[in-house]
Ligand binder design. Structure first.
Ligand code: FMN
Length: 350
């Protein structure tokens, strides 16, 4: 059952070790500017992305929906997104198509003033040969359900390979994305394995408006599915989960690979405001946080607000200590990169 799976994902992400072995944001070292020549209280963090004004270059990455637990989490996340003036994506909305009575686990976003609201569907459900492929009507329903201004199409093929009930087909996706991108502003998003340059070029050439890299360094879906496979003693899937635990492209390297003329969002492994500042320095427009907000969102609105305040404060501290009075200036902050990220970034320059 899809609802059980969604609930299990949240509980496993909260309670088990589901992160990759290395966080590549730590390989970026920012040069401190002892003489900032700006005032902390006059730092301007506002950004404008594809016509949307956000108070901070920050989005809450897609996580959940479809269960009572998800409803509570989405309530808290959407309240915070409205309060802070940041973007938010809901989790995969397949559940709302399969069972219309689950619509209210997502729909609270529609009444809130969130500057960037992102609906979410999975690429595997766009394959024409899939039995459960979304129709144009389904997509319209989901987009309107939350009053979205973007449609995220997430790519999660490693997860499909490790999860017991995973989809095995991927042929024909780009053609379908091009059709959908003719009617909706589409953001292509990975879920923890990153996009290569080849993938980014293909997405651009099929009409996608922005790319959210969702790279390696934080939550590993191979890990999450490993724990689910363990419960049913599915040894084949457990084995694949272990083998591919760290598979994919580091988030900061993927930002560089995806520099193909579209806005790029940096996500995967962001823990704090310094990581967010590094997203901007690497060329990303926005940073997305998923698991680092999940526990707080589950605990209480107050805990979540605190956590976002910490992220924002440290982001501004990083701006201050690099002498950046706005986000544009932060792009020019100096840094250097060490291994293993350095070799990943150079992979396309050989
Ligand atoms: C419990 C959980 C559920 C998720 N569900 C979705 C989803 O439905 N759709 C999606 O695009 N990404 C989903 N993600 C992936 C995140 O949006 C993000 O890309 C990934 O977790 C890496 O970011 P992180 O390291 O900050 O957690 C989920 C993540 C978590 C932790």
């Amino acid at each position: 059952m899809i609802e059980n799976r969604k609930e299990e994902h949240v509980r496993i992400a909260e309670n088990e070790n589901v992160t990759t072995d290395h966080n590549f944001w730590d390989d970026i070292h920012v040069i401190h500017q002892a003489i900032p020549e700006i005032d902390f209280d006059h730092i301007d963090t506002e950004v404008n992305i594809l016509g949307n004004r956000l108070n901070f270059p920050l989005i809450i990455s897609s996580m959940t929906g479809g269960t009572p637990l998800a409803k509570r989490i989405n309530e808290n996340l959407s309240d915070a997104a409205e309060k802070f003036g940041i973007g938010m994506g809901v989790g995969s909305m397949r559940a709302a198509v399969e069972k219309r009575e689950l619509a209210d686990t997502y729909s609270m976003l529609s009444s809130k003033k969130i500057p960037m609201k992102m609906a979410n569907i999975g690429a595997p459900q766009l394959i024409p040969q899939s039995k459960r492929a979304f129709s144009d009507g389904d997509i319209e329903y989901l987009f309107n359900l939350i009053g979205a201004n973007f449609l995220i199409i997430h790519f999660n093929f490693l997860q499909e390979m490790v999860q017991p009930e995973g989809d095995r087909n991927a042929r024909g996706i780009l053609k379908r994305i091009e059709e959908i991108a003719g009617s909706y502003p589409v953001i292509a998003k990975e879920t923890g394995n990153g996009f290569s340059r080849e993938a980014a070029l293909a997405l651009r050439d099929h009409g996608v408006k922005a790319i959210d890299v969702g790279g390696v360094g934080g939550t590993s879906f191979a890990a999450i599915e490993y724990y689910r496979a363990m419960k049913t003693d599915d040894r084949e899937k457990m084995n694949s989960g272990k083998t591919f635990w760290n598979w994919g492209i580091p988030s900061p390297a993927s930002i560089k690979y995806c520099n193909v003329g579209l806005p790029v969002f940096g996500s995967g492994g962001l823990r704090n405001g310094l990581d967010l500042a590094k997203v901007i320095m690497m060329g990303g427009e926005l940073g997305g946080f998923a698991r680092s907000l999940l526990k707080n969102a589950d605990q209480s609105p107050h805990e979540l607000e605190n956590q976002i305040n910490f992220i924002i404060r440290d982001f501004k501290v990083a701006m201050f200590l690099t002498g950046s009075k706005n986000v544009q200036e932060l792009r020019k902050a100096r840094y250097f990169v060490t291994e293993p990220l350095k070799s990943w970034i150079m992979a396309y320059e050989w």
